[in-house]
Design a protein around this ligand. Structure first.
Ligand code: IPE
Ligand code: IPE
Ligand code: MG
Length: 247
């Protein structure tokens, strides 16, 4: 079993869980089997993240563009979210995990909306780790909703348009109470963000791993964290090494 060295864990890891369909197709199974197997990978990943001392784990579960899929697949994905929350909420609560949902809830069905609210309300006071589920989430949609809020505040005279800065936009995003991700991992070998956390990813380290999401494991996760630990993040400044050398 791999263990982590005494390197500081990233505070926030966000994962684009991709490759469920390909995992199933490779086995001659319907795509829904891949999604079901993907939920097991979610459980293992949440446990591993808590073990690694990660404070925020964000999982991209359904994008605002996933509505383009066949209705039966959309129903499968919504069904899995419902079962996951119903089955795992009690255990996550016991493990002191706080649940936060990001994405647009306005056009979700009432039963889903109240389930998401229940998960957030039940776990509101928990402090071991925050599990952020991005559901019906799209970064452009999120930024547009923030812009609409700002525009409304300007129209009401509560804000001057010329005073708007990056912080004010940040405060109106779904993630206003969540730090930016330090590391974004995408599985399945695809190398794109697919409209995930575009604003928040400004200085995130990106990592693309070949494993399909159902094959993602504690080992693969910890190997990614090791690689993250070796990266030199500069945020536009100079690396600590360069400063020490006085260059
Ligand atoms: C990720 O797996 C799950 C969601 C996007 C909801 P996919 O369903 O995208 O699987 P592939 O990419 O088709 O293999
Ligand atoms: C991104 O995966 C969305 C989620 C993981 C929920 P997709 O499979 O939808 O992304 P594309 O379409 O390949 O870019
Ligand atoms: Mg995909």
């Amino acid at each position: 079993m791999s263990t982590l060295e005494n390197r500081a864990a990233p505070e926030h890891v966000a994962i684009i869980m991709d490759g469920n369909g390909r995992w199933a197709s490779a086995r001659g199974l319907p795509r829904s089997f891949g999604h079901r197997k993907g939920v097991e990978a979610v459980r293992e990943t949440v446990k591993a993240a808590a073990e690694a001392g990660i404070r925020y784990l964000t999982l991209f579960a359904f994008s605002s563009e996933n509505w383009r899929r066949p209705e039966s697949e959309i129903n499968d994905l919504f069904g899995l979210l419902k079962t996951f929350i119903r089955r795992d909420l009690a255990e996550l609560h016991r493990e002191n995990v706080r649940i936060r949902i990001i994405g647009d809830r306005a056009n979700l069905r009432d039963d889903i909306r109240s389930l998401l609210l229940e998960a957030e309300e039940t776990t509101r006071g928990n402090s071991a780790m925050t599990l952020v589920i991005a559901f019906n989430y799209g970064a452009r949609d999120e930024i547009a909703r923030a812009a609409a809020r700002l525009a409304a505040e300007v129209a009401e005279g509560r804000l001057k348009a010329s005073d708007i800065d990056a912080r004010m936009i940040d405060e109106r995003l779904d993630t206003s109470d969540i730090p930016d991700p330090d590391l974004i991992i995408r599985t399945s070998g695809e190398e794109r963000l697919s409209n995930f956390l575009l604003w928040q990813a400004a200085y995130s380290e990106l990592m693309f791993v070949p494993e399909l999401w159902p094959d993602f494991s504690r080992e693969v996760f910890f190997a990614a964290l090791e690689r993250f630990g070796a990266r030199d993040r500069r945020f536009g400044g100079l690396s600590a090494k360069a400063v020490a050398l006085g260059s």
